[in-house]
Design a protein around this ligand. Structure first.
Ligand SMILES: Nc1nc2c(c(=O)[nH]1)N[C@H]1C(S)=C(S)[C@@H](COP(=O)(O)OP(=O)(O)OC[C@H]3O[C@@H](n4cnc5c(=O)[nH]c(N)nc54)[C@H](O)[C@@H]3O)O[C@H]1N2
Ligand SMILES: Nc1nc2c(c(=O)[nH]1)N[C@H]1C(S)=C(S)[C@@H](COP(=O)(O)OP(=O)(O)OC[C@H]3O[C@@H](n4cnc5c(=O)[nH]c(N)nc54)[C@H](O)[C@@H]3O)O[C@H]1N2
Ligand code: SF4
Ligand SMILES: [Mo]
Length: 748
């Protein structure tokens, strides 16, 4: 297959025009000002007039140009001929590709039932609004219970707790960073990640402003991160013990009579149930578990209680660990009992211009309606935890209706590198009868596909941040027209979904379920979805939204985005719970606490624990193919404390073998006291040395995949989210490196 050249050359007379779009690479959704000459991107700068980002950008924004021009990016559908290292890829027409896909999926469904087809949706789905508006129809037609997404290697505990306490999985309170006076950040590194479940471009500037107005930033993290280094206080914590710390902070509130929910008291229940459930969690008991002194824990609780606008915020480090749900639950309880929820400077709900919460019961996050095949882990919001995917492919049928997964659709995801025990999933994908990937890279995951359907890239389609406006520290609305025209013969993600849905429906139809009026309504809605573009659906959503916006006017009058003001108190009105009340102790939280209390009060066993790392020039696994982001020192290094290195006779830069229950990798060590003793730290998203990937730059910086070490059997007890952090590992010096890029399998 021929590689596509960069976009058509321009002549010196082609005029340069300046356009404005939002960057969709991460949750910060920064405004960009882009100079374009013909179809060539000339320069990318921050858009000073964006009401949210005010000119801020990070180095990744400039890499949008590289992504657009990347000769490795697929521009035409391809089908795989042959398997393994000898596989070749042939360009085919869209028609042939769609036929192959629908045939492949239909064959598996007819032979093994609809649950034998699985779906995995990766992170960029939420960063590309056409996927959000148009993928549900096609995936719904597949009628499978085996749906997975990056949510369960990320923020599932946040959604579960939001559903329990506030009645909808998207009602996640956002730290009011611009007005807070006490910001307790746990397991998040927004100075590298640019913020998550907290859309807040230019965190560095916002944290500086916090300090300038006399506020304080405290960070709890097993690593002295960029954010920790900028904090007033940083405390190392033993990985996976944050729930114990948070429960002890709640205990202090009760013990010292600091419970002051203020106006929230009118609509919260179960305060006494919380008090008795956490009575055992004294600061002294928590100190032996977490490694943080009892007086420090008391101080944190007092500071939060006393703050005129204070907030506890916990992200990845708290959700991807064995007590993810308990951590997120305890954070909400702390913010509520101190009256910091729904208050300026505390944690507030947003009021987005297109409000996904307003859709009644739809999408609120129902749970437990079915379970995974083998481990029987319950679904949430129609999805199963992706840590169970490989075993549900590999385990043979147990008889009756039970069928292993035989086909997979992946969309904007790279689960071989991004989900726990990725090497096992890698092996599982090779056994599938059929796989299709909607993606523009031939990477560690998509190389297993029979067909790859490549959509347009970010600068070739329009965009509106349906999700991140829900999570932003300020209410704004910004529509980005496509920066460049869609190349001839290319399709957007949403067009691919529409084509697949049309053909799949022609094959299987929609079962005539339910009474006639409902069926007619469903048909009308489907017809509408089939005919309307994402921007037309957006226009409808904005018009029906709380500000009754017109998309036409938003585009014409506010090309840099429309400022809708700071977050405002909205409770109890915005609650979606019965009677608009908050039950602090939902039954699930009660039984989790009771079941986990002993474990939470037991200090972790000795031995090294592995945690992850993000750096500003990475973006999960998929921005490693741009030279400007990969220059400089190798980043896929194992950070280790000097004492741990000395104990193992390891010198800086030496190759070490890191091993866990599931596998081993070899990586250079970086000795630093930025990690706590007993903690080692490896970034995720590397491991590009697997055969058959077509990522010319990334493979030269292949690194090893941390997820060849993380364990698919380690889950958050409350949600099934992968516990990617705090994995027990051993580290030893390597004298003769293993001559293979493939992950090293664990000894049986
Ligand atoms: N540059 C860059 N930016 C990104 C991404 C990227 O890959 N690169 N990815 C984007 C995505 S998809 C997301 S979800 C966000 C994530 O955004 P963040 O959550 O801010 O990102 P992380 O850097 O993973 O922060 C997790 C922190 O938890 C710490 N940690 C690990 N284990 C524990 C523990 O047991 N307890 C505590 N207290 N801390 C712990 C880690 O040391 C780390 O500092 O970032 C987004 N932005
Ligand atoms: N150990 C460990 N593992 C982790 C994490 C961690 O901190 N530690 N972080 C986790 C987190 S927070 C996340 S979100 C996941 C991410 O996990 P995934 O979403 O599975 O992986 P990504 O690396 O984001 O891969 C995104 C894929 O989407 C493609 N893509 C990009 N844009 C588009 C588009 O517009 N359309 C289509 N169709 N495809 C597109 C890219 O080519 C790439 O193949 O990783 C998780 N894995
Ligand atoms: S911080 Fe995120 S949204 Fe902003 S420029 Fe960087 S990658 Fe893009
Ligand atoms: Mo994520």
């Amino acid at each position: 297959m021929a590689r596509m050249a960069a976009p058509a050359p321009t002549t010196p007379t082609t005029p340069t025009v300046t356009r404005h779009i939002a960057c969709n690479l991460c949750e910060a959704i920064c405004g960009l000002e882009v100079d374009v000459q013909g179809e060539r991107i000339i320069a990318i700068r921050g858009d000073e007039q964006d009401p949210l980002s005010k000119g801020h950008i990070c180095p990744k924004a400039v890499a949008l140009k590289d992504l657009h021009e990347d000769p490795d990016r697929l521009r035409r559908p391809v089908k795989r001929v042959g398997t393994g290292p000898d596989a070749t890829w042939q360009e085919i027409t869209w028609d042939e590709a769609f036929d192959l896909v629908v045939d492949g999926l239909a064959r598996v469904r007819q032979q093994h039932g609809s649950n034998a087809v699985a779906v995995y949706q990766g992170n960029p789905n939420v960063h590309n609004y056409g996927n959000l508006t148009h993928s549900p129809r096609f995936f719904g037609l597949l009628r499978t219970r085996h749906r997975y997404s990056a949510t369960s290697v990320d923020q599932l505990p946040h959604h579960v707790v939001a559903r329990w306490l506030y009645g909808h999985q998207l009602l996640i309170p956002i730290p009011d960073v611009d007005r807070t006076s006490f910001f307790l950040v746990m397991g998040a590194n927004p100075l590298a990640s640019n913020g998550s479940l907290m859309t807040a471009p230019d965190m560095r500037g916002r944290l500086k402003a916090l300090k300038a107005r006399g506020g304080r930033l405290v960070v709890i993290d097993p690593r002295r991160t960029e954010t920790a280094a900028a904090a007033d206080q940083h405390h190392f914590i033993r990985p996976g013990t944050d729930a114990t710390l948070l429960l002890a902070m709640i205990q202090v509130l009760f013990a010292e009579d600091l419970v002051r929910p203020g106006r929230l008291a009118a609509f919260i229940d179960d305060v006494d149930a919380v008090r008795s459930a956490i009575a055992r969690f004294t600061p002294e008991a928590a100190a032996t578990v977490t490694g943080i002194a009892a007086d420090t824990i008391r101080g944190l609780a007092r500071d939060l209680a006393a703050a005129e606008g204070g907030v506890v915020y916990g992200r990845m480090g708290l959700s991807t660990q064995p007590h993810g749900v308990l951590c997120q639950w305890a954070i909400q309880v702390l913010n509520i009992l101190t009256g910091q929820l729904d208050r300026e400077g505390g944690a507030l709900l947003t009021r987005p211009a297109m409000d996904l919460v307003a859709g009644g019961q739809m999408g609120r996050g129902d749970f437990g309606r079915w379970t995974s095949r083998v481990r029987r882990v319950p679904e949430f919001g129609g999805e199963l935890p992706v840590a169970t995917l490989a075993e549900d492919i590999l385990t043979p049928s147990q008889g009756g209706q039970d069928q292993p997964i035989r086909a997979l659709v992946t969309s904007a995801g790279n689960p071989v590198l991004s989900t726990p025990n990725g090497a096992q999933l890698d092996r599982a994908l090779a056994t599938l009868d059929f796989m299709v990937s909607i993606d523009f890279y031939l990477n560690e995951t998509t190389r297993h596909a029979h067909v790859i359907l490549p959509p347009t890239c970010a600068v070739e389609h329009d965009h509106y941040d349906l999700v991140f406006h829900h999570l932003a520290v300020r209410n704004t609305a910004r529509y980005s027209p496509a920066l460049l025209p869609k190349p001839p013969g290319a399709l957007h993600d949403w067009e691919i979904y529409n084509a697949l849905a049309r053909r799949y429906k022609a094959r299987f139809g929609t079962p005539a379920k339910g009474p006639l009026p409902q069926r007619l309504l469903r048909r009308a809605a489907e017809g509408l979805m089939n005919r309307l573009r994402p921007d037309q659906l957006l226009a409808l959503g904005l018009r029906l939204g709380p500000y009754r916006l017109s998309l036409r006017r938003l585009r014409r009058d506010h090309p840099h985005g429309l400022d809708l003001g700071p977050l405002r108190p909205s409770l109890p009105g915005r609650l979606r719970t019965p009677g608009k009340r908050i039950a602090l102790m939902p039954p699930q939280a009660g039984s989790l606490l009771a079941g986990q209390a002993d474990a939470l009060l037991t200090p972790p066993a000795p031995g090294l624990r592995l945690i992850g790392r993000r750096e500003v020039r990475n973006n999960n696994s998929w921005m490693h193919n741009t030279p400007r982001l990969m220059s400089g020192k190798p980043r896929c290094t194992l950070q280790m404390h000097p004492a741990d290195a000395a104990e193992r006779g390891v010198a800086d830069g030496q190759l070490v073998r890191v091993a866990s229950r599931v596998g081993a990798v070899e990586v250079p060590v970086q000795i630093t006291d930025a990690v706590a003793p007993g903690v080692v730290c490896l970034p995720h998203g590397f491991g590009h040395g697997r055969p058959g990937v077509r990522l010319g730059v990334a493979t030269q910086h292949a690194g090893a995949s941390v997820n060849d070490l993380t364990d698919d059997q380690l889950l958050d007890s409350g949600s099934g989210n992968a516990a990617l952090n705090g994995v027990p590992v051993t580290v030893e010096r390597v004298s003769t490196p293993t001559q293979s890029h493939a992950p090293i399998e664990a000894a049986a």
